[in-house]
Write a protein that binds this ligand. Structure first.
Ligand code: HEM
Ligand code: SF4
Length: 548
């Protein structure tokens, strides 16, 4: 994992001191909320329905165990004993008191963490495939690239006041996109060209929000050395031409759409050609220095084959759903579900964070990942340690075996926390998860991604859910619109809107009807999405609205 150098550490500490002073001035009234707002947003602090909300950056979703323990300490000391993993791999606290925030930031700085650039119109935390460096299907580990982009984008003087926020996601596994690169302002895939060289496929203009768009190819193959100059050129074009007159048209996706991808590409290529790459590009030595932090851990070669048949059923079910193959013989990637039907999706208690940190130390080289699906991952677990690990997960209440199944719902905070919400989303997620709580039934349904947002800003990614749910409100009554057939992977698709919305109670019945319809119609090996694509919208729509 990457470690701060002296400059990073000094910088983060000086920002904490600066913010401490700003908070003091806010608390004693020398700064008004209007004056304070831009200052707090530069430090990831939002003001929500009931309280402040602090969003802590987890760079490309990677944490050392000691960092996770510090996040647990924050949850215990300054919040209500839990934190929330977001759809951009960060950790959010919903209840901090303003006077405590400088202490929280100081605590974070002591373990090389901060909340800078987790809000505001800047380049946000770079997100990444949570299986990076462990997945057998990746061409190359994307984390060195993610770290490079983090360093380049952090406090970039030219890109601190963009027309709008800017999100970049990277993956090294273009055939199994787990980072949602096509729904980002810029998405980057590591690819191989005909000559066998690795480089980057640059995708631009994707995004969700009120105008969902799937990203398009900006450059099919970019040589590796050109990465930062090319990103710089793209950002310059956006910064210059992006619309600042209308907040809702300010994202790069609108610029790309209004300019057309051909003209947009030409503008970027011209800017790129005019750049002096040596001013921006990073030398071999620095690239090697960064890459060394992500060297594979010291795997053992003598791990005995692991016999599942003698193990208890609960464990085998968990292995079936939550454990995936590792590129290294004898190891496995373990997904830890944060989707207990009784809790808000993505919530994790301080005690559970500590349990995961201990498990990371005992079984995964002290490293933990967060995922955009609001779960956690231990990336390098010995197969013969799986049982011991599961026993501890059971004790911590983290053994839900529902990864990628109908209970693994992505959900935004909605009306329970968010000032922009038009409807509640967490109770809807819980109602659906409870309806389908039976593990055998979830298994029988197979891969199915439900994603829920509490307003059209789409933080819960509903547009790209196999089943998307959008909470709206009319005359004081909440209702829910459904989209079907969305997809967040390499075959990214925006879901098709169905018709009139449902009340929460009707909605759960409607979901059950389409699930049953799919089970009835599916052919051998089909997932919900495959059956939906084969049969088409009208039949599913009919099932959704069928009267009981
Ligand atoms: C609770 C306070 C929150 C507020 C006020 C808020 C506000 C917004 C707004 C206004 C947008 C639309 C921006 C645009 O399209 O330009 C947005 C998008 C988004 N937010 Fe949030 N959000 C909040 C919480 C969250 C949380 C907790 C998550 C993750 C679980 C999240 C993840 C996202 C994502 C992924 C988008 C996607 C839109 C895109 O990139 O196109 N947000 N949010
Ligand atoms: S989708 Fe809407 S309700 Fe949900 S977190 Fe985003 S802004 Fe809030």
């Amino acid at each position: 994992m990457y470690r701060y150098d002296e400059f990073d550490q000094e910088f983060v500490e000086s920002r904490v001191a600066q913010f401490r002073d700003q908070v003091e001035r806010r608390l004693d009234g020398r700064l008004s909320e209007t004056e304070f707002r831009p200052l707090r947003l530069m430090n990831g602090l939002y003001l929500q329905l009931h309280a402040y909300m602090l969003r802590v950056a987890v760079p490309y979703g990677t944490l050392r165990s000691e960092q996770l323990r510090m996040l647990a300490h924050l949850a215990d000391t300054y919040d209500k004993g839990y934190g929330h993993v977001t759809t951009r791999q960060n950790m959010q606290y919903n209840w901090p008191k303003l006077g405590d925030v400088p202490h929280m930031l100081a605590d974070l700085a002591s373990v090389e963490m901060h909340a800078i650039q987790t809000s505001g119109n800047c380049i946000r935390n770079v997100t990444c495939d949570p299986y990076a460096g462990a997945a057998g299907d990746e061409i190359e580990d994307p984390r060195p690239m993610a770290e490079l982009i983090r360093q380049w984008s952090m406090l970039h003087p030219e890109f601190s006041f963009l027309p709008r926020k800017f999100k970049i996601a990277v993956t090294g596994a273009p055939t199994h996109d787990r980072a949602m690169v096509r729904a980002h302002d810029i998405g980057i895939e590591i690819v191989r060209n005909a000559a066998g060289e690795t480089g980057y496929h640059i995708i631009v203009g994707g995004g969700l929000g009120r105008t969902p768009v799937i990203g398009q190819t900006l450059r099919a193959f970019l040589p590796k050395a050109d990465l930062l100059p090319y990103l710089e050129a793209t950002m310059r074009v956006y910064n210059r031409f992006g619309r600042r007159d209308n907040k809702y048209k300010a994202r790069i996706k609108i610029l790309v759409r209004e300019t057309g991808i051909e003209d947009f590409t030409r503008l970027v290529e011209e800017e790129f050609a005019a750049l002096e790459p040596s001013d921006i590009a990073v030398g071999r030595e620095e690239l090697d220095r960064i890459a060394a932090y992500f060297a594979p851990p010291e795997y053992r070669n003598d791990i005995k084959a692991f016999d599942l048949s003698a193990q208890p059923e609960g464990f085998r079910k968990w292995v079936d759903t939550n454990v995936v193959p590792h590129k290294q013989n004898g190891y496995a990637i373990v997904n830890i579900s944060l989707k207990d039907p009784e809790r808000a999706p993505g919530d994790i208690t301080a005690e559970q964070m500590r349990a995961v940190a201990d498990l990371a130390d005992a079984h995964s080289f002290g490293e933990v990942r967060t995922t955009h699906q609001q779960n956690m991952v231990l990336a390098h677990v010995r197969q013969d340690h799986l049982r011991a690990l599961w026993d501890e997960l059971v004790k911590a209440g983290l053994e839900d075996a529902n990864i990628n199944l109908i209970g693994d719902i992505i959900c935004c905070p909605g009306m329970d926390f968010c000032a922009l919400a038009t409807a509640r989303s967490i109770p809807v997620a819980q109602a659906i998860a409870n309806r389908f709580d039976d593990h055998a039934r979830q298994q029988a349904i197979g891969e199915m991604q439900i994603k829920i947002s509490g307003c059209i800003n789409a933080c819960g990614h509903h547009h790209v859910g196999h089943v998307g749910i959008l909470g709206l409100e009319k005359a004081g009554v909440e209702f829910y619109q459904v989209t079907l057939g969305g997809d967040a992977t390499q075959t990214a698709t925006i879901g098709d809107k169905m018709g009139a919305g449902f009340s929460q109670e009707e909605l759960v019945d409607g979901i059950e009807r389409i699930v049953n319809f799919y089970l009835d119609q599916r052919e051998q090996g089909e997932r919900f999405l495959d059956t939906y694509r084969r049969i088409g919208t009208p039949a599913f729509k009919e099932a959704l609205y069928a009267k009981a």
